[in-house]
Design a protein around this ligand. Structure first.
Ligand SMILES: [Zn+2]
Length: 164
């Protein structure tokens, strides 16, 4: 028995549980252990890397963290770019001549304009000879852009809790 060798069998480091010692040694003499990751993968890690918390998983932890930060970034942009309160409300703006949100009369062009802003982008900006057509265009665009967004958002539960 080597007394200066740390027995790591059964110990857990991050997601790794040390199963058994292998015959392999690192250049510095550090023992290489067979470890099982919580996700099921088997990997071989040296004492040094385990004890110093250099290796904490088979790699799945790092992947998940990266995935998480990407998702967080996406959802932040998604929500920042869309005014949830505005699109959740059905009443039109008070300063809106048509009585319908996103549809207004252009005096200079002598047409009805349908507009829709989604995530800070103007996704609809069209002129129509009739108010009815403009309203319809706006409705279609609303459904197209906001429909799936609101559905997803509602699943995220806190849509009503902040305001009112
Ligand atoms: Zn893993």
């Amino acid at each position: 028995m080597l007394h200066n060798k740390k027995d790591l069998i059964g110990k857990t480091f991050g997601r790794l549980k040390v199963i058994e010692e292998t015959d392999r040694r690192m250049d510095g003499g550090s023992v290489v252990w067979k470890c099982q990751c919580r996700c099921g993968n088997i990997i071989y890690v040296s004492s040094k890397r385990l004890i110093n918390n250099i290796t904490l998983s088979c790699g799945c932890l790092k992947k998940e963290r990266q995935q998480y930060s990407i998702e967080k970034l996406h959802s932040k942009q998604f929500i920042d770019g869309t005014n949830i309160d505005l699109i959740s409300k059905k009443e039109p703006n008070s300063n809106n001549k048509s009585g319908v949100r996103g549809v207004h009369w252009s005096n200079s062009k002598k047409t009805w304009i349908a507009t829709l802003t989604f995530q800070k982008k103007l996704v609809l900006n069209k002129s129509f000879s009739s108010k009815k057509e403009a309203i319809q265009a706006r409705r279609i665009a609303e459904e197209y852009y906001y429909g799936s967004f609101l559905k997803n958002r509602n699943r995220g539960k806190d849509i009503e809790s902040n305001k009112n």
